[in-house]
Design a protein around this ligand. Structure first.
Ligand SMILES: Cc1cc2nc3c(=O)[nH]c(=O)nc-3n(C[C@H](O)[C@H](O)[C@H](O)COP(=O)(O)O)c2cc1C
Length: 148
């Protein structure tokens, strides 16, 4: 069984609810899952003792990509989280009406790869209300399960 950390940044609760849904599916298969609001995350060695770390972040801004505000400080300290060689996956909520749909997820995934993370699955981008995308979220979580 794997230790999985899901760390998320969420302003209106959408990415938080996706994080909880993913956690329920992974823990339902016996994995040890910790769900952490990025507000409470400490960058140093965040990925230590984790078999997989899943990063969730919504996108803000308009003409340019802005990470969810709480997530920025962790992102700026990504070089300290010890992600080299760690399995990772990324997801987030956004709105396809914006120029950079879920752009934060792209930025985070790219930075993690630069730092030597082992991305295990295509990123998940949720458009609009996550309650309308439950099947998509569940399918993604099952793909994470298969890659653990
Ligand atoms: C001012 C504003 C700017 C936004 N900018 C973007 C954007 O650039 N790209 C995007 O995909 N979604 C954008 N969104 C949509 C949010 O990311 C979306 O509402 C998301 O579900 C919020 O998730 P959260 O509750 O987890 O923070 C924006 C929303 C607002 C209100």
């Amino acid at each position: 069984m794997a230790n999985v950390l899901i760390v998320y940044g969420s302003t209106t609760g959408n990415t938080a609810s996706v994080a909880e849904r993913i956690a329920k599916i992974l823990s339902g298969e016996g994995h040890t899952v910790t769900v952490l609001d990025v507000v409470n995350a400490k960058a140093d060695n965040l990925c230590n003792n984790q078999d997989c770390v899943i990063f969730g972040c919504s996108t803000w801004g308009d003409m340019e990509i802005e990470l969810q505000s709480d997530f920025i400080s962790l992102f700026d300290s990504f070089d300290r989280i010890g992600v080299n060689g760690c399995k990772t996956a990324c997801f987030g909520c956004g709105d396809s009406g914006y120029t950079h749909f879920c752009g934060a997820v792209d930025v985070i995934e790219e930075r993690l790869e630069e730092l030597g993370a082992v991305n295990i699955i295509n990123k998940l981008k949720i458009d609009g209300d996550p309650d309308a995308s439950e099947d998509e979220i569940d399918a993604w979580a099952r793909s994470v399960l298969a890659a653990l």
